[in-house]
Design a protein around this ligand. Structure first.
Ligand SMILES: [Zn+2]
Length: 411
């Protein structure tokens, strides 16, 4: 099984590097360019290319480092060595060994990734005029991410370890169920607990925009508790808007960057899209679908782990041992890679459904199209992605497809 897993991992790597290459090249056909030039300029295409290509080699180096860490933990037995060492130090406390194992792996990974985050999230984002952070605030942001991330991985890691330990037969059912419950809780708790840690937000001022939003929601019988403006401009110039909460306690969040760059009609069009997601229950469907996929993943993982134990060339102990986490990450990484085009295909369908709803609600395809054009320009989007990249990685249809949907829309 060790050889088979290693081989599968190598195949995944070959695919990843081919995809990286295709993503660099993009769609070079003249037909695609002609279509794009109906709405954009050559300059727009070039900037999108440049932004998506920047740091190509550095991202490969970063990938190679991550790969070597995972491989040495799993195939060279370093995970087991670390666990044995921690067991001695903690006088055989399973609980402490688990926490320390997760903390050490997470911290090493975070520290190694930090220079790459600095390059991608600070230097490049400044170079392309997105980031509004100075170095101190960037460091504070990363410290926050570290603490919150550590808290998150310890919680999920321990949860997983104890489910695996105490439910030897039924964990393949319990893990997906727990993930669905956790997903539902998080979707409610996130705006209440996490958003305030990063953002200041205030209620939208009375005015024509607020009136238009309220009319739109009333028309769709959506009761909302409030509309908030989030201070994204403190961090970056990226734009976004979203709905949160369930039932009667719904809130709308708009990035201040969105208000700055878009007309009221365009903002209403964006909200129409979000209402589409709400109306078709996309969020709940996504959480349930992920649960089902996770269930299939658990069955396959259980089988692979059992087969690995037969000759046990990877020095595995129990599936719930902390030292089994890296091999579980490796197996799940493989399965996730295979699942990625399926999940993105479904997500693109949801997005198209939401786009259609926005067009039906507003009956304003001009604002829809101008929003798409502005958003692509503001975010320096890649306008000519390679079709295979779009199929594999894109959770949203590419800009031109969304514009075409609006052009062909008839009420
Ligand atoms: Zn959407």
């Amino acid at each position: 099984m060790k050889k088979a897993l290693f081989f599968a991992y190598l195949i995944k790597l070959v695919f990843i590097f081919i995809l990286k290459y295709l993503s660099y090249v993009g769609d070079t056909s003249t037909e695609s360019e002609e279509n794009i030039l109906r709405y954009f300029t050559i300059e727009d295409i070039k900037i999108g290319e440049e932004y998506s290509r920047k740091g190509f080699l550095i991202s490969i180096i970063s990938n190679l480092i991550d790969i070597s860490i995972l491989l040495s933990l799993t195939f060279l037995g370093y995970a087991k060595k670390l666990e044995d060492y921690l067991q001695i130090k903690t006088k055989n406390s399973f609980f402490l060994t688990s926490i320390l194992f997760i903390t050490i792996c997470y911290t090493i990974n975070f520290v190694i990734d930090l220079p790459f985050s600095y390059y991608f999230e600070f230097l490049l984002e400044h170079q392309f005029g997105f980031s509004n952070l100075n170095i101190t605030s960037w460091l504070i942001l990363n410290l926050k991410n570290f603490i919150l991330g550590l808290f998150g991985v310890i919680l999920t890691g321990l949860g997983l370890i104890y489910i695996l330990k105490f439910f030897i037969k039924s964990w393949i059912f319990l893990v997906p169920v727990a993930s669905i419950i956790f997903g539902l809780i998080l979707s409610v708790a996130f705006p209440i607990l996490i958003t305030p840690l990063y953002y200041d937000y205030s209620e939208i001022e009375n005015g024509t925009l607020k009136d238009k939003i309220l009319i739109l929601c009333e028309k769709e019988k959506i009761s909302i508790t409030n509309v908030y403006i989030i201070n994204e401009s403190e961090y970056s110039n990226h734009t976004n808007a979203y709905f949160t909460g369930w039932g009667k306690d719904r809130k709308i969040f708009l990035y201040d960057t969105l208000i700055k760059n878009h007309t009221e009609e365009e903002i209403i069009s964006i909200l129409g899209h979000e209402i589409g997601h709400w109306k078709y229950n996309h969020q709940i469907k996504d959480i349930l679908f992920s649960g089902i996929i996770l269930f299939i993943g658990c069955i396959i993982t259980k089988k692979i782990f059992e087969l690995s134990l037969i000759q046990n060339k990877m020095n595995l102990e129990f599936i719930y041992s902390p030292s089994s986490i890296p091999i579980l990450i490796l197996i799940f990484g493989l399965l996730n890679f295979i699942n990625s085009p399926i999940e993105n295909y479904l997500s693109r369908n949801d997005e198209t459904e939401a786009d259609r709803e926005a067009l039906i609600l507003t009956n304003d395809k001009e604002s829809f199209i101008s929003t798409e054009i502005k958003m692509a320009r503001d975010n320096k989007s890649r306008l000519n992605p390679h079709p295979i990249i779009e199929w594999f990685y894109y959770s949203h249809p590419k800009t031109l497809d969304r514009i075409n949907l609006a052009e062909n829309f008839k009420k």
